[in-house]
Structure formats: C-alpha cells, structure tokens
Design a protein around this ligand. Structure first.
Ligand code: SF4
Ligand code: SF4
Length: 149
C-alpha cells in the first residue's frame, strides 16, 4: 500500500484485501505478523501436536516453496482461501459470515470447531498480532482468548 506519510509504497502488515484491523499499538510500517502457522479455518498449527509430532504438514507450509501443490489440497477452505481469494485466513474474507464452506465447517459436531470459529472471530476483531500473542500459552491447535483492551 502507499504510505502518504512516508511517500513510499510499504509492505502492508495486514493488507486491505484481508480486511483485518490493525491493533492500535502496531505501527503500519512494522514487518507483517507471520501468519504462516495460522490455519485458514482458525486452527493454530504452531502449537498443534500433529505438527510437532510430524504427523501433519501444517495448513500452509510448503506451498510457497513448491514442496506442496495447493491445487491438490483436499481442504476446500484452504483451496478457496489461499488459491482463489489469496487471503491469509478466512478471517479476512468479506464473505465470511455467509460462506457455506467455513460456516459448515464450524457447524460440525465437536468442541474444536467452536474454538476455531472463536479464533477467526478474534482475528477479525483484534488482528493477527494480538492472536499470535494469545497463542503463546497454548498447548494445542486452539486455546484461551481474552478480549484485548
Ligand atoms: S481444516 Fe483445512 S483450513 Fe483448517 S487447518 Fe486443516 S487444512 Fe487448514
Ligand atoms: S469464501 Fe469461504 S472458504 Fe473461501 S476464503 Fe471466504 S470464508 Fe474462506
């Protein structure tokens, strides 16, 4: 994006396309938060046992360096989010509330789906940086999220 203050193009930490708020303490000129371990659906790979046990490759890892092919991904959310919409996660999607793919996923039986929804809603409200800070105490793919002051 173009920074009027500096008169240059800067790396937008949270692109306007992603439509995610910037927390007030984050300067727009800071490097972008690393969202590579945040699953498109809100599952957090960085603390997920399956990634640590190497029984899962993670939601997004390996696509940018050609080790994996996104066209072959079985997850519909991931194909849509990363390939079609070119978003970081479904949190940044304008169709989030009405999308049958992500909302159908959240409607599945199981506590974790409720928690993944909570994660994306938290990101939509407070941004990726606040989310990443909250994950520091987690022991799995989801965890405690407190409202940000
Ligand atoms: S369900 Fe899909 S979007 Fe969610 S972490 Fe797994 S691959 Fe990623
Ligand atoms: S359309 Fe649905 S699956 Fe695709 S990025 Fe948006 S919320 Fe995610």
């Amino acid at each position: 994006m173009y920074c009027i203050e500096l008169g240059v193009f800067v790396n937008n930490p949270l692109s306007s396309k992603n439509n995610i708020p910037l927390p007030s303490h984050i300067n727009i000129h800071m490097p972008p938060p690393d969202t590579s371990l945040i699953g498109c659906c809100g599952a957090y790979c960085g603390t997920c046992r399956a990634l640590l046990d190497k029984t899962c490759k993670g939601c997004k890892l390996g696509y940018d360096d050609g080790k994996r092919d996104i066209r072959a991904a079985r997850c519909a959310m991931k194909r849509c989010c990363l390939m079609e919409k070119e978003l970081e996660t479904c949190a940044g999607c304008p169709e989030f509330e009405e999308c049958p793919t992500i909302q159908g996923f959240f409607a599945k039986k199981g506590y974790k789906y409720k928690k993944y929804r909570e994660s994306l809603e938290f990101i939509r409200k407070y941004g990726y940086q606040a989310f990443l800070e909250a994950t520091r105490s987690w022991k799995g793919a989801y965890g405690r999220l407190e409202p940000v002051e």
